[in-house]
Design a protein around this ligand. Structure first.
Ligand code: RB5
Length: 154
């Protein structure tokens, strides 16, 4: 078995929760398939189609799943990633990071110990979103000077 670094958010066999509104539905479906291929269990909290829904409902459900330990990590998707990341971050214990590029995908883990990856489906080519998800899950929290700062987030 290959050695995996400490401080990864989730390992194959762990559960990753996914949630989106209608704008993020297609990307959520794509990323859920990728997560299963990577060996994760997927907890799909909806939306369940392209019918218009409200992102706060899905961000809150995702945040609660992560905060309560039903999932070790979360992926939250709406049109911009903004609304659903705000909703998830209102749940104590959630650190949702809205990621736009490979650097923020890695740094959100390394510096902020983010436990939810937020993506804007209308702003990102799907292949980029797929790459960001892989980076997010493969990057350990750096600890050290970052640990005290993350603790101050509550
Ligand atoms: C839905 O039209 C859109 O407002 C939503 O997906 C998101 O971008 C909100 O932040």
């Amino acid at each position: 078995m290959s050695e995996q670094p400490a401080n990864l958010l989730a390992r194959p066999g762990d559960t990753v929760a996914v949630a989106s509104d209608h704008a993020g539905y297609d990307l959520k479906t794509l990323l859920a398939g990728d997560l299963k291929e990577m060996g994760f269990k997927v907890l799909d909290l909806g939306a369940n189609g392209l019918e218009s829904v409200d992102y706060p409902d899905f961000g809150a459900a995702l945040g609660q799943a992560v905060a309560r330990g039903r999932a070790q990590a979360g992926v939250a998707i709406c049109g911009t990633g903004i609304g659903i990341s705000i909703a998830a971050n209102r749940i104590p214990g959630v650190r949702a990071a809205l990621v736009h590029d490979k650097a923020t995908a890695a740094l959100s883990r390394e510096h902020n110990d983010a436990n939810v990856l937020a993506l804007g489906a209308r702003l990102l080519p799907p292949e980029e979103a797929r790459a960001f998800l892989k980076i997010f899950l493969a990057t350990p929290f750096g600890g050290g000077r970052h640990a005290g700062r993350v603790a101050k987030l509550g």
